[in-house]
Design a protein around this ligand. Structure first.
Ligand code: SF4
Length: 306
């Protein structure tokens, strides 16, 4: 549906763009814009409007819905009256990439849009790496280790991801690593381990990842596991059916592959080779040098890996 040129969203976006074009990072709105913004926020905010078509098609309105209990965690869905700032607002609030990412980090660190996660997390795990990276990895959500250390992919699966990156001839400092969800999914009392994020949690947190991608503008994204393709691309089904086949996020090519945690559980030579083939495709796309030794990794009878 087309928006009229004086809709609150257009007015706000226009005001922000004008300020940003003049190098200003503080926003002053006219009386008209402020009044429009107030009315708009009262009606549910920018994000609610941006996501309306998809969300409305998927579930009934909050007024008619009784609170659902998540069978995995036992907690009840609660209504969140405020939403995180939309991606464009996070991006525009900074004169350069570093300032924009820092603004995003500060907003995310204080975020409590998922009250149950805000109450149980140790810290928000925003992302790590090079904001000028050509290659970005997107995973699922922080686990227990990440929640404690405040950095994505630092547990056993993270160590394997680091090894995969190094096998490509890169370091963690060359790439950017983020997750669909920035807070650790809470667990039922007395249980350990990690759980998958719910659809609602992913949808609530997605603006942060979208803003990160818009700030970094990587040439390629590699998604790790089922949740990442579901959250970022809206693809359903197991990642095994999508891996190795290029997808698109806007104009950015996306290569889905298995999550390193899956590799830890299914460490067959064949599975490792599949992931490596996905990464070789990424290296080829980026024009990275590939040695014969690298091409031969995980092929039966050729040494079995780095
Ligand atoms: S998961 Fe994302 S949206 Fe939810 S509280 Fe954490 S940072 Fe906010």
């Amino acid at each position: 549906m087309n928006e009229s040129s004086d809709s609150p969203r257009i007015l706000l976006a226009r005001a922000l763009r004008q300020k940003h074009a003049h190098g200003e990072t503080r926003v002053r709105l006219s009386t008209e814009e402020r009044a429009a913004l107030k009315r708009f926020l009262k009606a549910g905010g920018l994000l609610a409007q941006r996501r309306a078509p998809r969300d409305e098609a998927r579930k009934p309105g909050p007024e008619t819905r009784s609170p659902k209990t998540d069978p995995g965690t036992g907690h009840q869905e609660t209504k969140t009256p405020d939403q995180p700032p939309p991606p464009e607002t996070l991006i525009l609030a900074g004169a350069d990439k570093a300032a924009q990412m820092e603004h995003l980090r500060r907003v995310a660190m204080a975020c409590a849009q998922c009250p149950h996660l805000a109450a149980t997390r140790t810290q928000v795990v925003v992302g790590v790496g090079n904001i000028d990276a050509q290659l970005m990895f997107v995973g699922e959500a922080p686990g227990a280790d990440e929640d404690l250390q405040g950095e994505p992919f630092v547990g056993r699966a993270g160590q394997l991801l680091t090894k995969m990156i190094e096998t490509m001839g890169l370091t963690r400092a060359d790439v950017y690593i983020g997750n669909v969800l920035k807070c650790r999914p809470d667990m039922p009392k007395g249980s350990t381990g990690n759980r998958q994020p719910t659809e609602k949690e992913m949808a609530t947190c997605l603006p942060y990842l979208k803003a990160q991608i818009a700030i970094i503008r990587p040439r390629v994204i590699v998604t790790l596991g089922n949740t990442a393709i579901q959250g970022l691309l809206g693809l359903s089904g197991a990642v095994g059916g999508h891996r190795g086949r290029w997808q698109q996020y806007g104009d950015i090519p996306v290569m889905p592959t298995y999550h390193p945690a899956y590799l830890l559980r299914n460490a067959s030579l064949q599975t490792k080779r599949r992931v490596w083939e996905d990464l070789l495709a990424v290296m080829e796309f980026l024009g990275m040098p590939i040695s014969e030794k690298q091409r031969g990794y995980f092929l039966a009878g050729r040494g079995g890996g780095p």
